[in-house]
Write a protein that binds this ligand. Structure first.
Ligand code: PLP
Length: 398
């Protein structure tokens, strides 16, 4: 009896997958899950054609840096391919501790913990510390991993308008409670390219005793001294309790980090399910991130080139009258306002050999449907000229 009840439900779930409208549309128009056949820096091959990659998060362009590749290969030779277990049990290695110390030192923090994905790091930065009965104040536009952390924590969530300290203040005034509070924000917002209004936001957090979590996946490597990130850019390190981020962007690897005081990081090592029940980052990925960090410190030309390219790229878009949502960073959205406008624009860019990513509501706020683009230090002037031509062509197609 129990078995047939179970199988009936299972069929309902299979039908849900088969009949899902969103999946059907995705498969029909095929805008996502493109598998590149080859890649060299910012050039990729797709369906046999050479394309310029204009949506990667390889901001500093280090993923093809010889020292990074060499470090990854050497680590694999020395340590094998996998850690085969969680840090708490059999997965911890000396290179994990070395990278954590190096990152903590770079960020000016007491301690750091690394994970196999930025998603895990950022989710656990919220879920490990907040609990039922707490209040979480969240910027409306934070990344999905932070929302997942919020949901897992079972805390009560209050949203405030994107990057709007005045709204945060009024939400806090309306709550008026003694419950423990957490503020969850990003340093640089990945879709919008906005830099957090950190001086005002941290001042309000301080006044209200908020524990502040900042995800700097897109600020790390891009802002601050040698790319230390958004918090360093504003000189507000002592105002942020947990600073987390990803290694899959400027660090040209895969993985993530959580940094903070020693007591906060040790608490995470005890309570974070994402930490205690997930395998440790692989030898090669940790080594690549570590080598990239060394390069960030010793080769300033990548950061300089990133900003020079960003300036040139923004000028291209501005000349064409495109709306870049006031992006201030190398993550530059082209806001077109509806999926009916986004699709032909994206397709026109693709036809001209420029690969970008569409982002439509509800992934972005309604009316902000956009093409997400990101500049890399590795884009050449020749590529920027081709991008300019492709953009002009796409504008005509609107
Ligand atoms: C703001 C932000 N946080 C966290 C992540 C997750 O990082 P990862 O892709 O390295 O898992 C991303 C990735 O897109 C991100 O944009």
């Amino acid at each position: 009896m129990a078995l047939s009840f179970f199988s009936k439900n299972k069929k309902a779930l299979v039908a849900r997958c088969r009949d899902d409208y969103v999946t059907k549309m995705r498969l029909k128009y095929a805008p996502y899950y493109h598998a590149m056949e080859a890649q060299k820096g910012t050039t990729v091959r797709l369906d046999g054609r050479e394309m310029i990659m204009l949506s990667s998060n390889d901001y500093l362009g280090l993923s093809f840096h010889p020292k990074v590749i060499e470090a990854g290969q050497a680590a694999m030779t020395k340590w094998g391919t996998s850690t085969n277990g969680a840090r708490i049990s059999n997965g911890s290695r000396a290179f994990h501790l070395e990278l954590e110390e190096k990152l903590a030192d770079f960020l000016g923090r007491e301690a750091c913990h690394i994970h196999a994905a930025g998603y895990l790091s950022c989710m656990s930065s919220v879920a490990s510390f907040a609990q039922k009965g707490d209040i979480i104040l969240a910027d409306k536009n934070i990344h999905s991993c932070l929302w997942d952390g919020i949901r897992l924590s079972m805390a009560t969530v209050e949203r405030f308008s994107h990057n709007n300290p005045e709204d945060l203040r009024s939400v806090l005034a309306a709550i008026n409670t003694d419950a423990a509070k957490m503020l969850v924000i990003e340093g640089v917002y990945s879709m919008e390219g906005h830099v957090a209004r950190l001086p005002e936001l941290t001042e309000i957090a301080e006044e209200n005793g908020c524990f502040t979590v900042l995800d700097d996946a897109h600020g790390f490597g891009v802002l601050g001294r040698q790319g230390r990130g958004t918090v360093d850019h504003f000189g507000l390190n002592d105002k942020i309790d947990v600073l987390c981020g990803s290694m899959s962007k400027s660090l040209a690897s895969v993985g993530g980090f959580v940094s903070g005081s020693s007591e906060v990081i040790e608490y995470l090592r005890t309570h974070s399910k994402q930490t205690t029940f997930s395998a440790a980052i692989s030898p090669a990925q940790a080594a690549c991130a570590s080598a990239s960090l060394d390069i960030m410190k010793s080769e300033p030309q990548h950061l300089e080139r990133l900003w020079a390219n960003t300036k040139k790229y923004r000028a291209i878009l501005k000349n064409l009258g495109l709306d870049t949502w006031e992006s201030e960073t190398p993550a530059v959205p082209i806001v077109l306002g509806s999926k009916e406008r986004v699709y032909p624009f994206w397709k026109a860019l693709l036809d001209k050999g420029v690969f970008t990513v569409m982002s439509i509501a509800p992934a972005v706020p309604a009316g902000k449907d956009l093409i997400r683009t990101a500049i890399s230090a590795m884009h050449t002037d020749e590529q920027l000229a081709k991008i300019a031509d492709a953009m002009a062509y796409a504008v005509k197609k609107l």
